[in-house]
Design a protein around this ligand. Sequence first.
Ligand code: ADP
Ligand code: MG
Length: 324
Amino acid sequence: MDEFSLIEYFFSKSQLSENISLGVGDDCALIDIPTGYQLATSVDTLLEGVHFPVDGPAEGVGSRALCVALSDLAAMGAEPVAFTLAISLPELNEDWLEAFSRGLYSVANEYMCPLVGGDTTRGPLAITIQVLGKVRCGQALRRSGAMVGDAVCVSGSLGDGAASLNLIVHSKPPRLDSSIRAYLYDRYYRPAPQFELASILAGAASAAIDISDGFLADLGHVCKMSGVGAKVDLELLPYTQQLDRISCAGRIRDWMLCGGDDYQLCFSVPQKKLANLLQIASQIGVRVSCVGEIVKGAGVQLLDTGTELNMEDLTDNKGYNHFG
Ligand code: ADP
Ligand code: MG
């Protein structure tokens, strides 16, 4: 097998949708964007040993790579159209590629996002995925629209990403309950991009971001770009009972605030639109928690039972930063 048969065998299986005039195989792919929509695009690189563990399971690496990239489209309020894959491989290992592409395609099929092109090279294992999405003109969920008085909300629960990284990926504790292990494994290797929720945020949320670096850091990005501050009530941060069963309150708190890798949405909503949004979210079965408020000023303030928490008490209050 060589480079070209590899591409044909592992990366040319996508079912093309009506918007794709041409997929893998030519010099470029050709994609139609319907009138009234803007193209939303984002690119993410995953490096072995940085974004996933060395010798991580190939199927999980494939599913995680695409889920993480798709999460940016959801955070922008865009629907998936297609993606491209640039992959650097140390060797041509067919078993690895088979499992990797299985993981990749299972996510591509679930979110109807076909693979339409890419690049294949030899080198240290690195995966770059560019996602292309469409969003109705003027409806994109930017980071910059939060206004003083808006509610600060988060979807799902926080802390699972950091818990899974710590427990499954790094320390592999032998006595971790198998159902919790399976739950965390899935949360790490297949974090669900929040498209359902995103579809009801258009016209309601004033700003949105997906939580990749950590809740504090990512809400901080929204504040900075919106020229506002935020006040967050620690007691209102949502976490699952699985975390409760495996760790103590202090550690859970750090995972929720600083951990990252959750790929939930953090968004702001004007008070007058909040009740309606919460009702629709509950109708479609998406958990949304209001955890604070947008305030004048800058940065995120944390309240612990009414008193302000000292950020220095947190293990890492800045979120992930490759050059930090
Ligand atoms: P070029 O030399 O024009 O860059 P390539 O030989 O790199 O073309 O790629 C041939 C075709 O295969 C192109 O359509 C390209 O998009 C596609 N391709 C290459 N690598 C991948 C990959 N990892 N996944 C999907 N498509 C790929
Ligand atoms: Mg090429």
